[in-house]
Design a protein around this ligand. Structure first.
Ligand code: GLY
Length: 427
């Protein structure tokens, strides 16, 4: 079978790497891919949001399975288009992808299902949102309603900062049309975890838990990014918490989507804040997380392509996935300036040396091959150095030792990836 992976980040590199291990897969295409994916799949220069060209490519190349990495094509209806053409594509319909496409939609679903989440109010005009600030406690979370590449969430420590956030989102339109509506949400303290499931609408198959590090700086300081590192499993999600997340979050939401006649079929990712034993939903994503996918797939035992095909056929109950007991970690190396403006085209050294190390993989994100054949930076998040080891501390040491071999001008990364998990295990 030929497989098409849509996207070109670290998540997609990890998907390509894992799918290539399947006995069902004879060839992988990736649109558009990156300099690392190029070594493991045939890269195709089509944008992930050019659904018409992706569909034509899949039809002309007899693609048997399409796996969609990023949210934008899902929210734009790529799965509906492929399904209408009789092609298998993994991911929710446009209607169901609203669980990621609109924060207000998600909050309404959560409220209907009585799923724990921060108290919130939604506004479609800045004046009304500003007025409502008078009755709020701070810090307050100000969120753009629509897609904003993980950056549309601002934590305002006081009223003035909340007013500025509303202006940035709704008046300056810093996140484009995503800011036509805004959510003001109570700030929740606790520890974050990512919980991702595969579902065909009938069976819910949980993947291993993980924890992301969204802020740019150590100690969770600074603006949010797409994710600066992740590890799996997350010790905070023990067996009892796993069960609680399934019964109080995943099962009611997936049932509600069925009742609404917009079944969610694909990958559902709950971003959770765990506080006093209760998992509160911060957000849903309609796809795998990036960089959570990298450590999760490093630990996955089983055939991912076969599992996706079973999901497509609504036979997910037949899937058999298991997890290596060894944890895995991914540390993201980013361009200087990210998540703000950054330069591209910086040559990356040390990748060959890293390739020779055991239990380590550099998943590429924002990289490309320059005309002279050198691999250069081409995005904010550049590489995800992923390592496995007997303990989380051993994974961490291995990843950070490997990072010493990599260099590009402006390279920046967090030094504390995995520390929360290590501290929790030491308690
Ligand atoms: N790592 C966060 C996300 O994928 O949205």
């Amino acid at each position: 079978m030929k497989v098409l992976v849509v996207g070109g980040g670290g998540r997609e590199h990890a998907l390509v790497w894992k799918l290539a291990q399947s006995s069902h897969v004879e060839e992988i295409y990736c649109a558009p891919g990156n300099a690392g994916i190029r070594n493991e799949a045939t890269c195709v220069a089509i944008s992930p949001t050019d659904i018409g060209s992706l569909l034509t490519f899949a039809q002309e190349n007899a693609v048997g399975l399409t796996v969609v990495g990023p949210e934008a094509p899902l929210v734009a209806g790529i799965v509906d288009a492929f399904t209408a053409a009789g092609l298998a594509a993994v991911g929710p319909s446009r209607a169901a992808a609203q669980l990621e496409g609109s924060k207000i939609y998600t909050k309404e679903i959560l409220r209907e299902c009585h799923v724990p989440t921060g108290d919130f109010e939604a506004f479609d005009a800045p004046a009304a949102a500003m007025k409502a600030l008078a009755g709020k406690s701070f810090p307050l979370v100000v969120k753009a309603d629509g897609l904003a590449a993980g950056k549309g969430v601002i934590i305002a420590s006081d009223k003035t900062k909340a007013e500025n956030a509303i202006r940035t989102i709704m008046e300056d339109r810093a996140f484009g049309a995503a800011g036509s509506r805004v959510v003001l949400e109570a700030f929740l303290e606790g520890e974050e975890a990512s919980f991702i499931v595969l579902t065909d609408g009938e069976t819910i198959l949980p993947l291993a838990s993980s924890q992301d590090h969204k802020a740019i700086h150590d100690g969770d300081r600074g603006p949010n990014t797409g994710g600066m590192g992740a590890y799996s499993p997350a010790p905070i999600v023990d067996a009892a918490m796993h069960q609680r997340i399934m019964t109080t979050v995943m099962e009611p939401v997936i049932q509600k989507m069925n009742e609404r006649k917009t079944p969610f079929r694909g990958i559902l990712y709950a971003g959770l804040m765990i506080k006093n034993g209760t998992p509160y939903v911060l957000e849903f994503n309609a796809r795998m997380g990036d960089p959570e996918t990298q450590p999760i797939l490093f630990r996955m035992k089983g055939d991912l392509a076969e599992t996706f095909l079973l999901l497509h056929k609504t036979e997910l109950h037949k899937a058999r996935l298991a997890w290596r007991s060894d944890p895995a970690i991914c540390v993201v190396l980013a361009s200087g300036g990210y998540p703000g403006a950054y330069e591209k085209g910086k040559p990356i050294s040390g990748l060959r040396e890293l390739d020779t190390l055991p239990n380590i993989k550099a998943f590429h994100a924002g990289t490309e091959t320059a005309p002279d054949g050198k691999i250069v930076t081409a995005g904010g998040r550049v590489l995800g150095i992923t390592a496995t080891g007997k303990t989380l501390a051993a994974c961490r040491d291995r990843a950070y030792e490997a990072i010493e071999k990599i260099h590009f001008d402006g390279m920046t990364f967090r030094k504390d990836i995995g520390m929360k998990g290590i501290k929790r295990q030491a308690r």
